[in-house]
Write a protein that binds this ligand. Structure first.
Ligand code: FUB
Length: 344
């Protein structure tokens, strides 16, 4: 939601109309990636702090330093914060900006996937491994080879193969990797290096993971999102094109790729028949929330489907101080997701 509309918001009224409340209030949390491991819900969020960084379009004010894991016994029970699971100081290659993470489990080990800027100012994606879903996690000494940009989401398919989806434009730097290596040319403006409005939008990326979940099994590929005519969404199609916050889930045998449209503030989705796509745009899951960013995950819990998301209502509109929430989502008979209005 645009920042200039915040000053007109009556937050008491908005909180009364909100379809859900923050899961925790003692810290700010964002970008929730939710999973059920062993019958229990685990949420892997960003941990928002005010580090005093100036606001800019590259997101420098999102200066997070660590990750906490939140757990819930059931969807209605109290959310428990398990404390620091990984700190930037314990990641040899990472300098700052511990942005949206995800996690997954394999053979009794837990893997935390996270983006951070290295000392060269370039975002890469790392892995940290632990014996418990709540950590602590030990970071690999180097980022994943061939990784770049932000917002990793690791999906386990029914055949036991894991895929990472990732990428984000503007501050997420995806537009600087168009030639397969980081384009360090100035200007650093988030709008530089993007395609023209009438050219195909930049694609999110997908890579199969190696068996040990520590590396990509192949070079990351483009994940195509097509319109109703089978044409790639265009860069100028701001209300539908991919910006950041990749997520994958499977419903009734179809692959649902969901994402944020960034500067237009929607959570949208596209449906496909393969984890690699192509995907066809299918609609909106969530209308804009309070705060500039919107970021989510979708998780099945006890036979119902839930959207984990965030907004800035608790901080009364401070865009980098967000709170994780959860709301049920439903599908229609054709498998379309019914759009949620965050404040009804
Ligand atoms: O939390 C920092 C960044 O804001 C995330 O990586 C983006 O998806 C956006 O939510």
């Amino acid at each position: 939601m645009p920042e200039d509309s915040i000053e007109h918001i009556d937050f008491k009224d908005l909180n009364e109309r909100a379809i859900s409340q923050p899961l925790v209030k003692h810290i700010y949390t964002a970008d929730p990636s939710a999973h059920v491991f062993d019958g229990k819900i685990y949420i892997y969020p960003s941990h928002d702090v005010d580090a005093g960084e100036a606001f800019d379009d590259l997101g420098s004010h999102f200066a997070m330093e660590d990750y906490h894991v939140i757990s819930m016994d059931t969807i209605d029970s109290e959310a428990v914060d398990h404390g620091v699971a990984l700190h930037v100081n314990d990641v040899p290659w990472a300098d700052k900006q511990m942005w949206a993470p995800d996690a997954n489990e394999k053979d009794g080990k837990y893997y935390l996937f996270f983006p951070a800027k290295g000392y060269d100012g370039i975002f890469k994606i790392g892995v940290a491994v632990g014996d418990s879903p709540v950590g602590p996690f030990t970071a690999q000494p180097e980022p994943i080879k061939g990784s770049f940009s932000i917002d990793p989401a690791v999906f386990k398919d029914d055949d036991g193969v894991y895929y990472m989806y990732f990428g984000g434009i503007w501050g997420g730097q995806l537009q600087r990797w168009r030639e397969g290596k980081f384009n360090a040319e100035f200007p650093e403006s988030p709008m530089a290096h993007l395609p023209a409005d009438n050219e195909p939008a930049l694609c999110p990326k997908v890579a199969k993971m190696t068996d040990d979940l520590l590396e990509f099994a192949h070079e990351a590929k483009d994940l195509l999102i097509l319109d109703e005519k089978g044409e790639p969404l265009l860069n100028g199609d701001n209300e539908r094109r991919f910006f950041e916050a990749a997520w994958m889930h499977k419903y009734q045998g179809k692959y649902y790729f969901s994402y944020s449209t960034g500067d237009t503030h929607f959570i949208c989705y596209a449906i496909g028949d393969s984890p690699y796509g192509p995907f066809t745009y299918a609609g909106r899951i969530l209308e804009p929330v309070v705060g500039w960013t919107s970021h989510h995950s979708i998780c099945e819990v006890s036979g119902k489907w839930y959207l984990f998301y965030h907004d800035s209502s608790l901080s009364e509109g401070v865009t980098h101080l967000r709170s994780v929430k959860v709301a049920e989502i439903t599908y229609d008979a054709e498998g379309k997701i019914n759009t949620l209005l965050p404040y009804s």
